[in-house]
Design a protein around this ligand. Structure first.
Ligand code: 0VQ
Length: 282
């Protein structure tokens, strides 16, 4: 197969849409509430035994007052990265919405279907687009300075657990290894968005039509643009990534529900996040 002129235009539109909505200088990140990382102090590392810690570290043989010990500081460190990461994800959702609106066929859907597709795919598209900042050098998402370098431990300090983070990092590494062209990267995000089997979608046929057009364009692109040596099975591997994203999405939903219930400061979660991922107190 060869790339039709119309498919070339579609790819150009998607690349343009992504460039307009993904700022690779990450200059907006300083506007989010600041990241707060554990200070690495003994109290912090041993947050589960603050009283034992303080007795072992002093000559006194009396229990310290709860407020004077590391108990509160340590407890206060829980979910310390949540405000920053919640702002980053809320910002990312806004960018994903901007990207979606520029995909041919999205605006033609009714608003209800647009909402259903975005709600269901937002975290998956965020996981995909975040691969651009992910580096296999130290398995981190590096978004400029050290302040905006995110490692597993940072996402754990937002309340997430290894059940999500371990497969998430594996996913990022395997995505990186696919070494996708920008055209393939943006097509995969668009294909992910136009999944007809998401909950609540009314006009499944319209969504499926657009998705098939996107997948046909991806197959044609790989067939004629990707070097012979590495296009072997690439399309299949990309489709497998969509399956992995579903399971990451499911685990994220579970952990997000727990985080949103644990969060003492309800302001930690911006309104857009509550609308997209759910508001347990609503
Ligand atoms: C940071 C997005 C982009 C870039 C870097 C994100 C990064 C996740 C899923 C584990 C964040 C989840 C956050 C929340 O669950 C909570 F509550 F913890 F804050 C939220 F907000 F959803 F509710 C990164 C984080 C996550 C997924 C992938 C990557 C690292 C820059 O490329 C770009 O949009």
């Amino acid at each position: 197969p060869q790339l039709l002129e119309e498919q070339e235009r579609l790819i150009a539109t998607l690349i343009e849409a992504h460039r307009k909505t993904y700022d690779a200088s990450y200059s907006d990140f300083s506007q989010f509430r600041p990241p707060k990382r554990g200070d690495g102090s003994p109290e912090c590392r041993n947050a589960t035994n603050p009283f034992l810690m303080s007795l072992l570290n002093s000559d006194m043989d009396e229990l310290p007052k709860a407020s004077a010990s590391g108990a509160e500081a340590a407890a206060g460190d829980e979910l310390s990265m949540l405000p920053h990461l919640a702002d980053l994800v809320s910002y990312s959702i806004q960018k994903v919405i901007g990207f979606a609106k520029m995909i041919p066929g999205f605006k033609e859907l009714c608003t209800e279907d647009q909402i259903s597709l975005l709600k269901a795919s937002a975290i998956e598209i965020i996981i995909l687009r975040s691969n651009e900042s992910f580096t296999m050098e130290d398995n981190s998402w590096t978004c400029g300075s050290n302040e905006f370098k995110y490692q597993i431990g940072d996402v754990m300090q937002a309340g997430h657990k290894l059940e999500l983070l371990e497969p998430l990092v594996k996913f990022q590494v395997n995505m990186k290894k696919l070494d996708l062209h920008e055209a393939e990267h943006v097509l995969l995000m668009a294909i992910c968005l136009f999944s007809p089997d998401r909950p609540g979608v009314q006009d499944r046929c319209r969504v499926e039509e657009v998705q098939e057009h996107l997948t046909e364009t991806l197959r044609a692109y790989i067939a004629c643009r990707h070097p012979l040596s590495c296009k072997h099975m690439l399309y299949t591997k990309m489709v497998e990534k969509l399956t992995e994203l579903r399971s990451l999405n499911e685990e994220h939903s579970k952990q997000y529900l727990q985080i949103s219930q644990d969060a003492v400061n309800k302001e930690d979660l911006p309104p857009l996040l509550l609308e997209v991922f759910g508001n347990p107190t609503a």
